[in-house]
Design a binder for this molecule. Structure first.
Ligand code: MTE
Ligand code: MO
Length: 299
């Protein structure tokens, strides 16, 4: 995998807007053209979303290949219906759930979030989804569970990137339980008012907007409540480069490039280089989760 440092200069400063009224209006406007009316969320940014084309043609989904264009080219072969998700570990209601049963009672809403990859590019994405907390409460987290672990589907016949390469599939990610229960953490089932495109992780994926994008695992088939910090894919590949926490942090550089700024994907008014914000701009909401931790060590 070739990560490249970015060199263009900042020309746009992102608005650090949050929990305001304009976000509600922006969300409502985006939905009116894109699909069924969903409740707009005060958790949304009112920054202009990237285009559907940007979001669905510039992807990381290594099961389909390493190039940014590979997921859009090859993910069409992934069969996402029927879909089931195994829930296991320290949970009151374990089992193998159909996707429909798993999410039946979860309120879907739009969340327009900043999305920041560890490679120093970013987008604004209008996801739809529901809070992971709602699902975990339904499943019944038992005392002793301290982490949530996730796995992506492994289908070599449908995923041309599975064979070869260095990754020990399935792609694995995880969160501490308090991170998983945070209201910003969602399970996303679509974007732009449409069902989730395969290249973005259909039919259901995690989105944790204050963390680097690699935490936001796609096409989830297993959710485990566990006592110990789970083994995760990028941390296993290079622990000195990709921490378990992976909180967006402009003051802790990747060993091979700066994290102080990012390249906002897309043409037009909002393209170009922008400063990276602590916790991707969600610090007011999430900084307290890390009180007392040294984020240069817990990167
Ligand atoms: N299963 C799986 N999930 C994954 C990845 C992957 O390669 N496989 N890539 C991660 C990385 S590095 C990023 S930046 C985001 C990209 O999400 P997007 O393509 O929807 O922008 O997905 C994350 N989730
Ligand atoms: Mo990424």
């Amino acid at each position: 995998m070739t990560y490249q440092p970015q060199f263009s200069r900042a020309d746009v400063t992102p608005q650090n807007l949050f929990l305001n009224r304009r976000a509600l209006l922006a969300g409502a406007a985006a939905l009116s053209v894109a699909g069924p009316a969903l409740a707009a969320s005060p958790y949304s940014t009112d920054e202009a979303p990237n285009s559907f084309e940007d979001i669905t043609t510039y992807n990381n989904y290594y099961e389909f290949g390493y190039d940014k264009s590979d997921p859009a080219a090859y993910a069409g072969s992934l069969k996402t219906d029927p879909w089931s998700v195994v829930v296991d570990g320290l949970v009151d209601n374990p089992g193998t759930y159909s996707l429909a049963d798993l999410i039946a009672d979860q309120p879907i809403e739009e969340r327009i979030y900043r999305f920041r990859c560890v490679e120093a590019w970013s987008m604004i994405v209008p996801w739809q989804g529901f809070q992971l907390s709602g699902l975990l409460n339904k499943l019944g987290v038992q005392a002793g569970a301290k982490y949530v672990a996730f796995e992506t589907v492994v289908r070599p016949d449908e995923m041309p990137g599975i064979s070869g390469g260095m990754i020990d599939w399935p792609y694995r990610e995880g969160l501490r339980l308090d991170e998983a229960m945070h209201p910003l953490t969602i399970m996303a089932t679509g974007l732009y008012g449409k069902p989730m495109p395969n290249q973005n992780g259909a039919p259901i994926r995690l989105i944790v907007p204050w963390k680097y994008g690699f935490k936001s695992v796609k096409s989830i088939v297993r959710i485990s409540l566990i006592a110990e910090q789970p083994v995760t894919t990028w941390n296993t590949l290079a622990a000195n480069e990709y921490g378990f926490y992976a909180n967006v942090n402009p003051t802790v550089d990747h060993p091979r490039w700066s994290q102080a700024s990012e390249r906002r994907i897309g043409g037009g008014l909002f393209s170009g280089r922008v400063d990276t914000l602590m916790f991707n701009g969600y610090g007011d909401q999430v900084a307290s989760l890390y009180a007392g931790q040294d984020l240069t060590k817990d990167y």
